[in-house]
Design a binder for this molecule. Structure first.
Ligand code: NOJ
Length: 478
């Protein structure tokens, strides 16, 4: 389509009117739009996770994880997909780091597979497992990309008896966390303990859609939640005791990100209250080192059993908070004693390729603002944001994912609002650099900036990769 300029548009749209008459007066005197610039040193990165990209599940002494077992159980994963090969990043990691360099990122957030390092979850470490991560770190540093390591993205060693139902698993996690950080912290300075407790606990132990595929009663689910919190707390203590000085630690949560239905004082205040209450099982417990009375009353006999010292460990100060931000929880003020109501998710809201991922970029701003206003963390990283799209490779070999560009541009614009207002957001990691194994959805949902041809393992840059590269180069939303 031929481009039309403003003068032509005026003629087409307004008959014989001139620019001066067809544009509102103020438009002529407006300054040029200022790009939404981010602060110097802002971390632009990408995220991945071990089981979702590595493959090589039986190589170099890796032990089985609950996801190996679950994905090989018939009927659990779309198309019967497994992470056996995934993106083969175990072998192709240099190529994947080359893609990161081409994007221009200055940070890469990835996870260590616990069963590579401790094939049985505890006991004898497997040096070859950690060697792989040494190689990845060397390659990142050679490319001037700062590693941000996550110690747990759900690939729990299968050998641990009763998984997260057992309190001992939290202790085993702490030993693993202390061991890994003790060996990597000479070159890696940023670690996250656990990623999205709500996903691996509630989806894995309550809904049964994720490994280990259980549907436990409330009381047991609450106990599993507590063990996940405890893993973070004990893990944090072990990291502080073992890692070299200057090592920074936090956790990653995907909170109920409360967005006020209207930006008025009363609804904003309601969203702030809801942030604390609705996140009582995880984020609030991490930030305050306690379970809210309202939560304990609500759970009654199903409340978790807590041992002395647990909550102190869980509430130990962190250096930063990682937030995975995708969808909002809409909140309005009401006259109830708790002062707010949660609106149900709108059924007709625009959605991306995943049915759960509906589009409202304002969640980015409100997630940051509420967490900062309620708990005042010294630093926040957006450890994940991105979307699935119905990507297609054209005959010319291109993937024109204009919808993903639209999604990211909108979310990052709202992140800029938070940054511009002075909230301490230090960086943002797009989920994900490459398409990968999307848990129970297998390979049917693609989140990457690079398309993976799973037959050939070819990586094909999407339009969104080009766009993100420009954003990083400009350090501004484009
Ligand atoms: C949450 C998880 O951390 C990641 O593993 C997952 O693939 C993305 N978000 C998208 O659902």
């Amino acid at each position: 389509m031929a481009r039309i300029n403003r003068r032509q548009f005026c003629k087409i749209g307004a008959g014989s009117a001139t620019i001066a008459t067809c544009l509102p007066k103020f438009a002529l005197s407006q300054p040029r739009a200022v790009p939404r610039q981010f602060p110097k040193g802002f971390v632009w990165g990408c995220s991945t996770a071990s089981y979702q990209i590595e493959g090589a599940v039986k190589e170099d002494g890796r032990g089985p994880s609950i996801w190996d077992t679950f994905s090989h159980t018939p009927g659990k994963i779309v198309n019967g997909d497994t992470g056996d090969v995934a993106d083969d990043s175990y072998h192709l990691y240099k190529e994947d780091i080359r893609l990161l360099r081409e994007l221009g990122v200055n940070g890469y957030h990835f996870s260590v597979a616990w069963p590579r390092v401790f094939p049985n979850g505890t006991g004898q470490p497997n040096p070859k497992g950690l060697d792989y991560y040494h190689r990845v770190i060397d390659e990142l540093l050679a490319n001037r990309i700062t590693p941000y390591i996550d110690l747990y993205v759900w690939d729990l060693p299968q050998a641990l008896p009763n998984g997260w139902q057992s309190r001992d698993t939290a202790k085993a996690f702490a030993d693993y966390a202390g061991y890994v950080t003790g060996r990597l912290s000479d070159r890696v300075k940023h670690f996250f303990t656990v990623n999205e407790c709500t996903s691996f606990v509630d989806i894995g132990y309550r809904e049964g859609r994720h490994a280990p595929g259980l549907k436990l009663p409330d009381r047991q689910v609450n106990q599993v939640r507590h063990h996940a919190l405890l893993a973070h707390g004990l893990g944090l203590q072990a990291i502080r005791a073992n890692a070299s000085s200057g090592t920074k630690v936090g956790f990653i949560d995907m909170p109920q990100a409360c967005v006020p239905v209207i930006e008025t004082k009363e609804h904003i205040e309601a969203a702030r209250r809801a942030t604390r209450e609705e996140n009582a099982p995880f984020l609030t417990a991490f930030m305050e080192g306690k379970y809210l009375d309202s939560y304990l009353e609500r759970e009654g006999p199903n409340a978790p059993r807590v041992e002395p010292g647990d909550l102190d460990a869980i509430g130990s100060p962190v250096d930063f908070v990682g937030l995975n931000v995708y969808v909002p929880t809409y909140v309005r003020a009401d006259g109830s004693p708790r002062g707010y109501a949660v609106e149900p998710w709108p059924t007709s809201a625009p959605r991306m390729e995943s049915d759960w991922l509906f589009f409202d970029p304002s969640v980015m701003y409100w997630a940051v603002r509420n967490v900062c206003d309620v708990w005042k963390p010294s630093a926040i990283y957006i450890t994940e944001n991105g979307c699935s799209s119905a990507d297609v490779v054209t005959a010319e070999g291109r993937v024109e994912d204009t919808d993903r560009v639209m999604f990211l541009r909108s979310y990052i614009t709202h992140l800029h609002r938070a940054v511009a207002e002075g909230y301490p957001v230090k960086g943002m990691f797009v989920w994900s650099v490459i398409d990968n194994f999307e848990w129970d959805r297998g390979f049917s949902e693609r989140f990457g900036l690079y398309y993976i041809d799973y037959k050939t393992q070819k990586r094909i840059p999407k339009l969104s990769a080009e766009w993100y590269g420009e954003v990083i180069a400009a350090n501004a939303v484009l």
